[in-house]
Design a binder for this molecule. Structure first.
Ligand code: GAR
Length: 194
């Protein structure tokens, strides 16, 4: 907790940042009033997520190497780290230093369509190729594996007749925004209890 009783959170991004935006919006509308975003760290300098952060007055950094990510996290004073469309695998050192304090949003119903190679639109393509009738999103803690950490919550969406990967992605994204905020609130509460 910081001086004002809020939990300090850093968000790691690589792309458009709609999940980051959902967190920003929910802090502003009071649904995540207990959270303070202390830094947004991007693996890419041209990620639109950086513009969203700057517009909301949040500090930003670009860090391509894991030692730079760790340094940025340490200087930010973040207590919790959110991976919101972060397309890299974190180093074991970061995992160790932030054990049970890193959460990730994944666009499928883990254990299905997750792990190495399953990210972004590839996930939705595979779900359609697999003939699934439902998909969804998962918020989970991050451990040394890829998408293997303890699940915090999931929400399903239907796969509809004639779905394209893009249409399915958009439907899943809606529930991502909802459950990422809930998962973050849960992780922050757990941390304060500890
Ligand atoms: C989201 O669908 C997120 O779940 C996914 O990338 C997208 C990022 O969108 N993450 C992964 O696939 C990680 N394995 P956003 O930048 O608009 O939040």
């Amino acid at each position: 907790m910081n001086e004002n009783g809020k939990t300090k959170v850093a968000v790691l991004v690589s792309g458009g940042g709609t999940n980051l935006q959902a967190i920003i919006d929910k802090i502003q509308n009071g649904e995540l009033a207990q959270i303070e975003l202390v830094k947004v760290i991007s693996s890419k300098e041209d990620a639109f997520a950086l513009e969203r952060a700057a517009k909301a007055g949040i500090k930003t950094a670009v860090a391509k190497e894991q030692e730079d990510v760790l340094r940025e996290l340490e200087t930010s004073g973040a207590q919790i780290v959110v991976l919101a469309g972060y397309m890299k695998v974190l180093s074991p050192e970061i995992i160790k230093n932030y054990r049970n304090r890193i959460i990730n949003i994944h666009p499928s119903l883990i254990p299905k369509y997750c792990g190495k190679g399953f990210y972004g639109i590839r996930v939705h393509r595979a779900v359609l190729e697999g003939g699934e009738t439902e998909s969804g999103a998962t918020v989970h803690y991050v451990d040394e594996g890829v998408d293997t950490g303890e699940i915090i919550l999931q929400k399903k969406v239907p796969v509809l007749e004639g779905d394209t990967p893009e249409a399915l992605a958009a439907r899943v994204l809606q529930v991502e925004h909802e459950i990422l905020a809930k998962g973050l609130a849960y992780a922050a509460e757990k941390l304060q209890e500890a």
